[in-house]
Write a protein that binds this ligand. Structure first.
Ligand code: ZN
Length: 241
């Protein structure tokens, strides 16, 4: 199966539409979404609708949980909190009901997905370091783990009990190693590259490829600036931070 794995769309319909178009060109059997469909961006309703009709599996993110009231905004910074309050008003019971029912984990047999961590998915902790990744390798037995949440594309490899992190654009997977793959963010990349980011995982060829897709950033920014969402959330899209 050729899987497209997307995450952290964050209400950015311009980025999501560009990514779905790229996925269609690339020939993919199924699309998986690791959560945070809403929050930060100005088009949450359209993003929920498109993810809902396109993805085989969709997982719950912390912003999705907060937008429905299932999760709290306690740990959110003031800017994120303000965007969530706007999002709560913008979505209807239809989107809220859909997001509320999303699961924390996906298991594809040999590979698995979550928004934040496998060790404690409801705590919304961040996997940034090799030390964080080591905890996750222990928490689940699947060989290949996909996650999002940090908006930072990186691969952690476990070989002989040593965890190594690398930033790469493609990787042939070895049966003697395990992997934790951050698929990056569709709608709010934070690695200095403003292009939308996602991963193609071919589980027959055992290969992952990162894809970067340019999209109409100005249009997404204009949408944000027309709302009461804090304007820094528009500005950061052009620098990918
Ligand atoms: Zn996110």
């Amino acid at each position: 199966l050729r899987n497209a794995i997307i995450s952290d769309v964050h209400g950015n319909i311009q980025a999501l539409e560009a990514v779905i178009a790229a996925i269609k060109r690339l020939g993919v059997d199924q699309v998986l979404c690791l959560g945070d469909v809403v929050g930060y961006g100005a088009r949450p309703v359209e993003c929920v609708t498109l993810v809902w009709e396109t993805c085989r599996s969709v997982l719950l993110g912390n912003h999705d949980a907060a937008a429905t009231g299932r999760g709290s905004v306690e740990d959110f910074n003031p800017v994120a909190k303000s965007a969530i309050e706007w999002t709560r008003d913008a979505i209807t019971d239809r989107e809220s009901g859909y997001l509320e029912g999303l699961p924390y984990l996906f298991n594809g047999g040999g590979y698995a997905g979550t928004h934040s961590t496998f060790s404690d998915p409801g705590a919304w902790k961040y996997v940034f370091s090799s030390l964080d990744a080591a905890v996750e390798f222990k928490a689940t037995g699947e060989e290949i783990l996909f996650y999002g949440h940090t908006h930072y594309p990186v691969v952690f490899t476990l070989e002989d009990r040593r965890v190594v992190s690398q930033r790469i654009s493609e990787l042939d997977l070895s049966p003697h190693q395990r992997y934790i793959v951050n698929v990056g963010s569709v709608g709010q990349p934070r690695d200095g590259n403003p292009d939308a980011c996602f991963v193609i995982y071919d589980n027959a060829a055992q290969r992952i490829e990162y894809q970067r897709v340019p999209y109409n950033v100005r249009s997404a920014q204009r949408d944000i600036l027309e709302t009461s969402i804090p304007r820094e959330l528009a500005l950061r899209l052009s620098i990918g931070r």
